[in-house]
Design a protein around this ligand. Structure first.
Ligand SMILES: [Zn+2]
Length: 288
């Protein structure tokens, strides 16, 4: 190959391309419960990767955590959280995968862990990570949220990344870093990766300091400034993904504000700090 020519812009065979990303709310049954998640059915049919942005719907937690709280780190009853995780896995048809569940300790950093050996990876993410890249089949990955931006990236072969992008991660372009890592591992151009931005606090409700808005505008442009000291994290995440090579038509937003919709989603701000966590979940099934 001549110098300067890379494979990253070679056209993909049409049958290796994913359908353009879409998010739709679909109910899944687990025992007597019904769990509603945002998912992309066509993606699952194309590459065997099931993604899900969960809601509060269908869980057994009570009080401030009422519903499908998926975090052990927020003061909820541990047995309830375990039951909620089991319900989620059952609803998505993965009863046998729960012991392999990878759930990082999220620390608002930029570390992204690639899953290799499962036990080693579980130990590694427990030390702190805000992104997971996974090319292995039947390894479920779950990150937890209450206002921060959940991002799921899926390559044409079904390998994926799940990213936690709070304001610190967003200004550090963690979604773009995740896309670069996934591209390197999966070997597909970034422009062929489907990018899903889940429910998070919207510009309507995310009031921050003027200084922070200015930092975002300096990094990502004026689209981040929603006026009146309100910050648009979606605009920052989109800019980071585009800068990393994503195709604009392969970025889809749930366009749901967790603070406006805090009866359906957990919202740290709307619930004054005591609340549960919904999830961004992905698994590549061996047999779709
Ligand atoms: Zn809002």
């Amino acid at each position: 190959m001549p110098a300067g020519v890379t494979t990253s812009h070679m056209p993909l065979e049409e049958n290796l391309r994913l359908p353009l990303p879409r998010l739709a709310e679909i109910p899944f049954s687990a025992g007597d419960s019904t769990i509603r998640v945002l998912t992309d059915e066509a993606l699952f049919e194309a590459c065997g990767t099931r993604i899900a942005f969960t809601t509060r719907d269908g869980g057994v937690s009570e009080g401030a955590y009422a519903g499908l709280n998926l975090s052990h780190a927020v003061g909820d009853d541990d047995d309830a959280v375990d039951a909620n995780k089991a319900l989620l896995c059952e609803a998505l048809g993965m009863n046998n995968c729960i012991e392999r569940l990878v759930t990082p300790l999220q620390v608002h950093g930029t570390d992204i862990v690639e899953i290799r050996h499962i036990v080693e990876s579980q130990r590694r993410v427990a030390e702190g990570a805000d992104g997971v890249v996974c090319a292995q089949a039947d390894v479920p990955v779950l990150l937890c949220f209450a206002d921060c931006v959940p991002v799921i990236l899926v390559a044409p072969d079904g390998s994926f990344a799940v990213i936690h992008s709070g304001w610190r991660g967003s200004i550090a372009s963690i979604a773009g870093l995740g896309l670069q890592r996934l591209q390197a591992i999966a070997g597909f151009p970034a422009s062929e990766v489907n990018c899903y931005v889940g429910p998070h606090i919207g510009p309507c409700c995310y009031e921050v300091s003027d200084e922070l808005v200015e930092r975002f505008v300096a990094e990502f442009g004026t689209a981040c400034d929603a006026g009146g000291s309100h910050l648009d994290l979606s605009a920052a995440v989109t800019a980071a993904l585009l800068r990393a090579g994503a195709s604009a038509d392969r970025i889809v937003h749930a366009d749901i504000c967790t603070s406006c919709h805090h009866e359906e989603y957990y919202s740290y701000r709307a619930d004054a700090g005591v609340t549960g966590r919904h999830g961004a979940f992905a698994i590549r099934k061996e047999e779709a």
